[in-house]
Design a protein around this ligand. Structure first.
Ligand SMILES: [Zn+2]
Length: 316
């Protein structure tokens, strides 16, 4: 059972909206674009591993927590890609979607990759990351007086990561090896360490610590393309409002969802409250009367009257 499912992060969604609306000639466009590509690759890799679990037989009960984000008692954060809790053991996964020839020097805790162009790049040691998560889980187990073995592994989500001999003996494998790794763990831990109730209780204790980590990003709001954009033209082409519908003057698309997407972009890039004026600016609507009428149809909650009216964008 999945207790915590994987979601696109807020940062992922902000960067997607930003790339939709920032001119590609903008001085920071490539920075945002590269950042989005990295997040997208990571997310795709995690989804790839999630899909692999569907083909693996696991005894019941068992629980998954995907992308658990917590603040530890030192005030530092943990972002744990996947945790499997079953009555025999707990397994923590660090998922990597990176390509190249990967090498590891344990004495230096140095993890490097050599790209297909021959460039050598240093990377964060994934074993250090996942061990740190395991130590936190062990502290939680101790706190709640629960005894169960904790295992961890680094899973490579793409076959284009070539693992070198230097990684032999380390808990790292390709996603296709996950089922064999699990089989081995069950062979190693035949004994039931936790009853169903206690397992669920501990899993929900971990879940209750989940608090999505807020990451800061500077959004060049002034430089982004405003208006209700056409998804088909997708080059910043604006739609216009006539006869109660948004139509693209270029390709003719009529899109009833366009205004809701624009509201979502506004929420991600500007904030969760609007005024008639900020609506006119962002949606590129000239008439405050039309803005008023359009706002009535959107999932917003009005507060105050006349000039001081403010609209809060509802969640979801
Ligand atoms: Zn169009």
């Amino acid at each position: 059972m999945i207790l915590l499912s994987r979601q696109q992060s807020q940062m992922h969604r902000i960067l997607e909206a930003l790339i939709r609306r920032l001119p590609s000639t903008h001085v920071d466009y490539m920075n945002y674009f590269d950042r989005l590509m990295r997040i997208q690759a990571g997310f795709a890799g995690e989804k790839r591993v999630d899909a692999e679990w569907l083909e693996i037989n696991l005894p019941n009960p068992h629980y998954f927590l995907h992308d658990l984000q917590i603040l530890n008692h030192f005030g530092n954060t943990h972002q744990i890609d996947s945790i499997l809790l079953c009555p025999h053991f707990i397994l923590i996964l660090e998922i990597k979607n990176i390509t190249g020839f990967l090498e590891y020097d344990e004495s230096f805790t140095q993890f490097t990759r050599t790209t297909s162009q021959g460039d050598v790049e240093g990377m964060i040691d994934p074993f250090h990351q996942v061990r740190r998560h395991a130590e936190w889980i062990k502290r939680m187990l101790k706190k709640y007086k629960v005894e169960i073995p904790v295992h961890y592994a680094v899973v490579m989500a793409t076959k284009n990561a070539i693992l070198s001999e230097s990684l032999k003996g380390q808990p790292i494998f390709h996603v296709s090896g996950l089922r064999y790794h699990i089989k081995e763990l069950f062979k190693q831990h035949k004994e039931l360490m936790l009853g169903a109730d206690n397992l669920f209780l501990f899993a929900t204790k971990l879940l209750s610590r989940h608090m999505p980590i807020k990451r800061e990003i500077t959004i060049p709001v002034r430089d982004i393309v405003k208006g209700v954009l056409c998804v088909r033209c997708s080059n910043g082409q604006r739609m216009s409002y006539h006869s109660i519908k948004w139509t693209c003057p270029r390709c003719g698309l009529v899109d009833r969802e366009a205004i809701f997407r624009t509201l979502e972009d506004y929420k991600l890039l500007v904030g969760d409250s609007l005024t008639n004026k900020s609506f006119c600016d962002f949606f590129e609507v000239d008439s405050p009367d039309l803005a008023y009428r359009l706002l009535q149809k959107l999932p917003v909650k009005a507060e105050g009257v006349k000039k001081h009216r403010k609209y809060w964008i509802k969640d979801g």
